[in-house]
Ligand binder design. Structure first.
Ligand SMILES: C[S@@+](CC[C@H](N)C(=O)[O-])C[C@H]1O[C@@H](n2cnc3c(N)ncnc32)[C@H](O)[C@@H]1O
Length: 334
């Protein structure tokens, strides 16, 4: 008879303590530990001095970061792991520190998750109710720090040659529009986002010298009338924030605004059809309980159904960032 696998609590303990790892990573970014190491402060005493903490605390933190494989240690010398060196050293052009701290303001709320799950409070705009320009500036420092990479991937994956006008729904910093109009000559783009966000998008557009190609339209994509003459619509990283009816509404509006032969791309965290994962999409869905929104994670087939239901043809799921983001696209029949 086959022996039953021995059960123990190791996996459960690890999950229960996982937030300690998040805290160690966020503290290291806030203290600029990885930047100090990149600048040659690569022993416990020199890191301690460079980031102004005691040697005892430096030893504690650096040991945890090494065990988390963010650092390597040879004798007394520390080094950043390759992804840390590329993305968490402050003077790197790919610095993604703001993204590491992006969800930190939700820390306390996640500590009260069971209460949030019991709460009946819900609103359509979720996290964006009472959003200020300052909130938008902090939020989009984070989305921009990883969004330009995703935007380059988008422009490599999709051929927009000959397209004239892209509507970027919830375009945030404008990253997708900035890169697409740089990549495809003749393409212009409109970033439709909430009024405080378009103030910030205008700053990124100006910083990238893209103002002649990319404009902004302040509004709410569930309510604001879409511009006409659009031949590409993109909606990136908005899926779990909205319930199915609202995504259907927005996809229907996009279909109506597109010229015949135009295309729509929904980029986002999607669940496998059996709702077994991936974890990232599942957690973004859970996060909507923290935001008091009506959103939830959607499966790939559900998203295909939203596009097909609106009238799109050739609807297909394309892998985008494997295990994290997919791109679901359709074409308005000519
Ligand atoms: C996670 S960000 C993604 C930004 C950008 N698409 C990217 O991928 O870098 C979601 C964006 O959608 C915007 N958004 C959410 N709901 C919106 C609505 N109802 N109308 C307009 N914009 C909205 C938010 O303000 C935010 O800028």
């Amino acid at each position: 008879m086959a022996e039953k696998p021995r059960l123990d609590t190791t996996r459960l303990q690890k999950m229960a303590q996982a937030y300690w790892e998040s805290a160690a990573l966020m503290a290291a970014v806030e203290l600029e530990v990885f930047t100090a190491i990149a600048h040659g402060h690569d022993t416990v005493p020199t890191v301690a001095k460079a980031v102004h903490i005691s040697e005892r605390n430096a030893e504690r933190l650096l040991t945890a970061l090494t065990a988390m494989t963010l650092l390597t240690r040879e004798n007394d010398r520390l080094a950043n792991a390759p992804d840390v060196q590329r993305f968490l050293v402050k003077d790197s052009d790919r610095y993604a520190g703001p993204w590491i701290l992006f969800t930190k303001p939700r820390w306390t709320a996640f500590g009260e998750l069971s209460n949030r799950l019991r709460s009946p409070e819900e609103n359509r705009l979720g996290a964006y109710v009472n959003f200020t320009v300052e909130d938008a500036r902090r939020y989009h420092a984070a989305t921009y720090s990883i969004g330009m990479g995703a935007a380059r991937l988008f422009s490599r994956s999709v051929d927009l040659k000959g397209r004239k006008l892209l509507l970027d729904l919830g375009g945030g910093s404008g990253a997708y529009s900035i890169v697409a109009t740089q990549t495809f000559p003749g393409l212009k783009a409109i970033v439709l986002d909430l009024p405080p966000v378009t103030v910030v998008a205008d700053e990124y557009i100006a910083a990238n010298k893209a103002a002649e190609r990319v404009t902004t339209l302040p509004g709410d994509f569930t309510r604001t009338e879409f511009p006409q003459g659009v031949d590409v619509v993109v909606m990136a990283s908005n899926l779990p924030q909205y319930e199915p009816d609202l995504i259907r509404l927005v996809v229907g509006k996009a279909f109506a605004a597109l010229v015949p032969g135009g295309e729509m791309h929904l980029v986002g965290e999607t669940l496998h059809d059996d709702r077994s994962g991936p974890l990232s999409a599942a957690l973004w869905g859970l996060n909507e309980a923290i935001q008091h929104s009506t959103g939830r994670a959607h499966t790939e087939s559900e998203v295909k159904g939203y596009l097909q239901g609106a009238g799109f043809s050739d609807v297909a799921v394309h892998p985008f960032v494997p295990g994290v983001l997919s791109r679901i696209a359709g074409r308005k029949p000519a």
